[in-house]
Design a protein around this ligand. Sequence first.
Ligand SMILES: Nc1ncnc2c1ncn2[C@@H]1O[C@H](COP(=O)(O)OP(=O)(O)O)[C@@H](O)[C@H]1O
Ligand SMILES: [Mg+2]
Length: 268
Amino acid sequence: MMSQILAPKGAASPQFHDFVDTRHGPILYLEDVSVSFDGFRALNHLSLYIDAGELRCLIGPNGAGKTTLMDVITGKTRPDSGEVFFGQTIDLLKLDEPAIAQAGICRKFQKPSVFDALTVFENLELALKTDKRTWPTLFSKLNGEQRDRIQEVMLLIGLAGLKNQPAGILSHGQKQWLEIGMLLMQEPKVMLVDEPIAGMTHQEVERTAELLLSLQGKHSIVVVEHDMEFVRSIARKVTVLHEGSVLTEGSMDEVQNDPRVIQVYLGG
Ligand SMILES: Nc1ncnc2c1ncn2[C@@H]1O[C@H](COP(=O)(O)OP(=O)(O)O)[C@@H](O)[C@H]1O
Ligand SMILES: [Mg+2]
């Protein structure tokens, strides 16, 4: 069934995104997922459903399984059991890491990896041209539509004024936004964002909150973050992980007042 939907690896498949079927359910569907490392259950019968366009915050004490969960969604780690679907029809357990990225699930790691010697514009241009959904076009000229897209993303990440500046002069926060912009060039359906505000100034944190809020609706975003004040500022629905399972889900107020959540955070 998958072979009808998936283009062969490396082939151009710009229409692929359109096949993510969310008409009757979530965009990410994890059911009863378990992952063991040497007998230790990092994920333990975890079930999680993310709706299309949702901005979901994922919290939980160290070791709760947050990173492992992202590893499972992106294909880096294979679960021992359970189901992981992208929309109704795409079984992520049948795809490898590059195919999952190509399908429209991207991940923002903590450390920014922009190219310091290239300008803001060039970094975004490179992200567009190395988009694995299209044939390599590294040496071709940008068309108008592509220029518009770069401009749109520069405005979104607040770096339009620094368009011709080398990324090397950007602040830590600006580099993080540029990297988010580079991911956005590929128009991902789902963005997984691991601790986006680590090392940012207060102002940068506020701007990052605005940026993530502005992306919801068009993209589904899962944010892992420890800073509760930040989570509160962006949170719609919050999922609390503990010992590899979902402990509870709800609004920030609901989860913060949940005695079980208080217990795992205070009781360690
Ligand atoms: N590759 C691995 N090998 C062994 N144990 C691992 C590995 N990755 C994660 N773990 C363990 O799984 C548990 C969950 O880890 P992780 O997903 O990183 O939690 P979190 O991101 O919530 O802090 C931890 O106890 C961690 O030590
Ligand atoms: Mg982690």
